[in-house]
Write a protein that binds this ligand. Structure first.
Ligand code: GRF
Length: 226
């Protein structure tokens, strides 16, 4: 087994993706080590989870910096100091400036709760419901300077149920899709199945035309046409 890849996780919130990544590492499904959790929120539950699991944490408060660019420059320095192989955005709720993105370009990934390119930005679950979507899910993608528009590595989906609210849908996308999807995509990056080149995803050495999009419903509700 090769040396575990080092992951720097950047998070603002509840940290369920962080937890899922750590669980995949613990199960032996991901040959990685989380070397730091970074946040713009001093009290983010993601930081609590990290502390409880012996992962170094680093909270940088935006108010202590003159502007977004200087905040991102400081964040980039702190992240670079742990020498990560991959910088993993997991519910990081600030838009990153170009300097940060360029510095970690090709090593910087994000999970977004929609089937990109649909529903970039916020309130993805409510928007998918309002549009009457039959399926909804999440995407792991490389981060580029255009918000939620970097090349997609892989996706996962579930079926929208007639009685879904934005909350129940969000909970199911998290529980069924996101908790599996990020670790699967990271494993592909770490083992070299997926490579980022010329602003595109290469899978098994070939340009990826369409990202894999796995159904994460229980088998009986995974329709063959989705
Ligand atoms: C997730 O839905 C993720 O896709 C989005 O923000 C949410 C973060 O949740 N980018 P958590 O902090 O991982 O619990």
């Amino acid at each position: 087994m090769t040396q575990p890849a080092s992951l720097a996780v950047v998070a603002s919130g509840r940290g369920r993706n962080l937890e899922a990544i750590q669980a995949a590492i613990n199960r032996g499904d991901l040959n990685a080590r989380i070397v730091g959790v970074f946040s713009n929120k001093t009290y983010a539950p993601a930081l609590t989870f990290a502390r409880e699991h012996g992962i170094p944490t680093d909270a940088l408060r935006p108010r202590q910096y003159a502007d977004r660019a200087s905040y991102d420059a400081a964040l980039a320095e702190h992240v670079a100091a742990v020498a990560p192989d991959w910088v993993v955005l997991a519910g990081y709720m600030r838009i990153l400036t170009a300097n940060f993105i360029d510095r970690f370009g090709g090593q910087l990934v994000n999970i977004h709760p929609s089937l990109l390119p649909a529903y970039k930005g916020l309130h993805t679950h409510a928007r998918a419901l309002a549009a009457g979507e039959r399926i909804h899910g999440a995407s792991v993608h490389f981060v580029t300077s255009e918000l939620d528009a970097g090349p997609v590595i892989r996706q996962g989906h579930i079926h929208v149920q007639p009685d879904d609210s934005a909350e129940t849908l969000a909970d199911r996308v998290m529980a069924r899709v996101e908790r599996q999807l990020y670790a699967t995509a990271l494993a592909e990056l770490i083992n070299g199945t997926v490579v980022y080149r010329n602003n595109a995803v290469y899978r098994d050495g070939k340009p990826q035309q369409e990202p894999p999009n796995v159904c994460y419903d229980t088998i009986s509700t995974c329709h063959p046409d989705s």
